[in-house]
Design a protein around this ligand. Structure first.
Ligand code: ZN
Length: 443
């Protein structure tokens, strides 16, 4: 019997956390932040040291009191990838568990940076495990990472092997046949797992209601190429903003920036952090050909050079694509960092607006301010890192799990995964199970 508890991320998008119990051992999958709540909490006051109670009560971190009786049984915390809605609560919650954090090398590098940023005591061991390796966590539990494509390097489908079957955790993923960086999804491994006692598949259902296959990152790369290389940028500043953890996208941006014969400057703390994490494990190299400025004081000199040498000699890559009030792009729009935008400069958003009220408001306000300068805005130069309905179908048919649990959203989205599962012959409440935060199921 395998017992699965939905701790977070089953009633909302964010704060992903799941507990899987077999006999006397428990594995925690993910420990993420609810980003919007967390950011609002940080914005409301300047105090960075919120108590765990505050964070839990506001819903910024998962409420792990629902597994209070399991805490001593936890043998490992296993995040699937380095996005903050999957690892961001680890610095706050992991200390309550006497267990190591086991993850892929890039996830480990990002987590170390995130932990260092928080300046709170952290004693859990962080163990990096490569793809293709297995790790025995107890007499009856072994874990394995299968490479899958997403919008951050080293994303894993986590497989928990037990004598009663496997738990396969695909949260988040897309099935990209032509990724621009990193390996393709390891279909060979997934085929090997298929049908051989896959007890349950827990999967990312964010776009289960979107009936298509999510386009490849190479499509996003072509879109970028179009706006960067096939537009007239002579005499114009070009500023581009994307997800700081999207190393594949950043590599494309740098490649096209070099073709534009521009010097490239990365600006912003989070950009510097994710890039440093990638460089620390030899995953990608940006410096020294890219100048990286984490802090405001480091930006002054390069921006003076931009003004002096000519605005069309540089490509500025910066944080702030969601219009975050303290990010570089917002400060640039407010003329607060010593560089003034001009008419017909290009501002490229290589992202979509993450659909929350705060983001929509922030981004609209940012664009309004940018347009006052008369800049040209390029929006949505992006493809998602999340699977859509056709990808879900492909993964389900490939793995043929006995049970399905939709994750990474509340009912408004998971209902679409349930209908897909029903189309594929699964039975509601018998073999496809809608979970809510706090709910436990025995399989
Ligand atoms: Zn993700």
């Amino acid at each position: 019997m395998i017992e699965i508890t939905a701790v977070g991320g089953y009633s909302e998008v964010g704060k992903n956390m799941t507990a899987v119990k077999y006999k006397d051992d428990v594995v925690i999958l993910d420990m993420g932040l609810h980003m919007e709540t967390y950011i609002n909490l940080e914005d409301d006051d300047d105090d960075d040291s919120h108590s765990l109670r505050d964070l839990t009560n506001t819903g910024a971190v998962p409420d792990d009191s629902v597994i209070e009786n399991l805490k001593k049984k936890v043998v490992a915390i296993v995040p699937s990838h380095g996005h903050l809605d999957h690892i961001g609560a680890i610095p706050f919650l992991a200390q309550n568990y006497n267990a190591p954090v086991i993850c892929t090398p890039y996830t480990a590098a990002v987590l170390r940076a995130v932990v260092a940023d928080k300046k709170i005591p952290f004693s859990n061991e962080i163990v990096a495990m490569e793809f293709g390796r297995k790790m025995k966590l107890s007499d009856s539990i072994t874990i394995e990472f299968v490479n899958v494509t997403h919008s951050i390097p080293h994303t894993a489908i986590v497989v928990i092997h037990t004598p009663d079957g496997k738990v396969v955790y695909a949260n988040d993923f897309k099935l990209d046949e032509t990724p621009t960086f990193g390996e393709k999804t390891d279909y060979k491994k997934l085929k090997e797992l298929s049908g051989r006692n896959v007890k349950v598949l827990i999967l990312d259902s964010l776009y289960a209601g979107t009936d298509r296959k999510t386009p490849s990152e190479s499509v996003a790369r072509d879109m970028l190429k179009e706006v960067m290389l096939n537009t007239d940028t002579k005499g114009k500043a070009v500023i581009i903003s994307t997800f700081s953890s999207h190393i594949a996208r950043l590599k494309s941006i740098v490649e096209f920036g070099k073709k534009m014969k521009r010097k490239i400057i990365f600006m912003g703390r989070s950009l510097a952090k994710y890039v440093a994490a990638a460089e620390s494990i030899g995953l990608a190299k940006f410096s020294p050909s890219v100048e990286i400025c984490a802090y405001k004081k480091q930006m002054k000199k390069p921006l003076m050079k931009v003004e002096k040498d000519g605005r069309d000699k540089y490509l500025i890559v910066c944080t702030g694509h969601q219009g975050e009030p303290t990010a570089v792009l917002t400060r640039l729009a407010d003329d607060k960092i010593g560089f003034s935008l001009q008419r017909n400069d290009h501002v490229i958003f290589s992202c979509t607006v993450i659909p929350t009220e705060t983001n929509r408001k922030n981004r609209a306000s940012l664009e309004k301010r940018l347009l006052r300068y008369g800049v040209i805005i390029f929006r949505d130069v992006h493809e998602s890192g999340h699977a859509s309905r056709q990808d879900h179908k492909e993964l389900i048919e490939l793995l043929q799990p006995e049970h399905i649990i939709p994750a990474h959203a509340g009912h408004d989205k998971t209902k679409h995964m349930i209908s897909l599962a029903e189309e594929l012959g699964y039975k509601r409440n018998k073999t496809v199970h809608e979970m809510k935060d706090g709910k436990t199921i025995m399989l």
